[in-house]
Write a protein that binds this ligand. Sequence first.
Ligand SMILES: C[S@@+](CC[C@H](N)C(=O)[O-])C[C@H]1O[C@@H](n2cnc3c(N)ncnc32)[C@H](O)[C@@H]1O
Length: 222
Amino acid sequence: MEEQLEGPTQEEVDSLVWWHPFTFPNGVKARGLKGGTSSEYSEECVRVEAEAAFRHPVRGKTVLDVGAWNGYFSVEAMRRGAKRVVALDKPAWEDPYFQGFKGFDLARRYLAPEVEAVVCDLMDLRHNPVGNFDLVLFLGVLYHLKHPLYVLETLFDLTVEHLVIETQLDLTDCDRPAMVFLSRRRNGWRRFQLVGAECPMCDGHAGGSRLFAGRIYSPSDF
Ligand SMILES: C[S@@+](CC[C@H](N)C(=O)[O-])C[C@H]1O[C@@H](n2cnc3c(N)ncnc32)[C@H](O)[C@@H]1O
């Protein structure tokens, strides 16, 4: 008899809105919004991002995936041999339209059951400690925050080796460290805060409008 590979049904997957694309062991695909809304799967986009985010190997390390949404990078950290992975989120997980936790839980069930989930708003993290982590992924979250420096300090304090930041750039022609606050909101819970390329918290390779950083920041950098 042919072995049945595990995975959800396509119907189950299609009933949810996905931010991250996934291919389940049984071949069923989740179509992610990340990387564009074209009918193309955005798998190439997240693969390229994962190569940058995991520039420092995670085998045997502990990883905190901040703003994990459907958990692509949490699953990827496990796949790359991390010994413990915690996915943290709240807005997208509790949003009635995105219902992000349902997708996260489905991906976790079939792709990386060991991933732990913590529901917490980043503004409350200092008072609800989750421990220290060798690698902290802070991808695509900074620009949502009303108090980005406060959250950066919180994350710095729990990072043992590397805090990896991916964010959007603005003010790239400004000759001093700079930030711009855009009061525009989307979906009721978004605030956009864009960070200039020369901001002292930024390091590493800035490509296009996105920035990847991969070093430990000291609060005195801010
Ligand atoms: C653009 S998505 C990025 C998802 C994923 N990290 C990635 O790079 O593909 C932003 C994520 O940050 C989460 N987020 C935004 N503000 C947050 C907050 N205050 N506390 C916890 N998570 C937050 C959202 O729920 C969402 O899942």
